[in-house]
Design a protein around this ligand. Structure first.
Ligand SMILES: Nc1ncnc2c1ncn2[C@@H]1O[C@H](COP(=O)(O)OP(=O)(O)OP(=O)(O)O)[C@@H](O)[C@H]1O
Ligand SMILES: [Mg+2]
Length: 145
């Protein structure tokens, strides 16, 4: 069994990681891929800055990469002691689209993610990433509340 777990470092995604570890142990999963997607977006106001767009982009990219690596290291620790191959995957792009592409290419049996993430609005049951992934992928999705 091959599982993809998605983390944005939120409380919900931490629950998703723990649930994925339980499922992986119970099902004797052989591969767990943990993905974090970061996105660098520069704001319009930045256009007037004296620092070039490229420099700003590279600065933010470096920051987000380092942050992403920390998020993935912490996530991998949840699977410590499990007799499975655990891979951490850091991607740059739009979270939903990137996860959907990975799902199409990765031959996963299950995708595990939180119902919500870091986003502030709590009215909807699902966030935009979990909603889009659930709608678009052919793979079964476990949404952890
Ligand atoms: N950047 C990301 N990288 C990897 N997984 C993510 C990322 N963002 C969200 N996820 C996954 O999707 C789940 C739901 O998060 P989502 O972003 O959909 O909710 P939200 O942040 O509350 O809403 P929104 O982003 O629409 O404001 C998270 O618990 C996590 O499993
Ligand atoms: Mg979000």
């Amino acid at each position: 069994m091959k599982i993809l777990v998605c983390t944005d470092s939120s409380k919900h995604s931490m629950k998703a990681l723990k649930m994925a570890a339980q499922v992986a142990a119970g099902c004797k999963a052989d591969t767990i891929d943990i993905v974090h997607v970061y996105h660098v977006d520069l704001h319009l106001s930045d256009l007037h800055s004296t620092v070039s767009q490229i420099e700003q982009y590279e600065f933010m990219q470096k920051f987000k990469k380092e942050e992403g690596e920390k998020i993935l290291d912490a996530a991998a620790r949840v699977f410590a002691g499990l007799n499975a191959e655990v891979n951490t995957i850091l991607k740059e792009g739009h979270p939903a689209g990137t996860i959907i592409k990975m799902a199409a290419a990765g031959n996963y049996d299950l995708i595990v993610m939180g119902s919500r993430g870091l986003g502030g609005l709590k009215k909807a049951l699902l966030g935009s990433v979990s909603n889009a992934v659930l709608q678009e992928v052919q793979t079964s999705v476990l949404i952890v509340k």
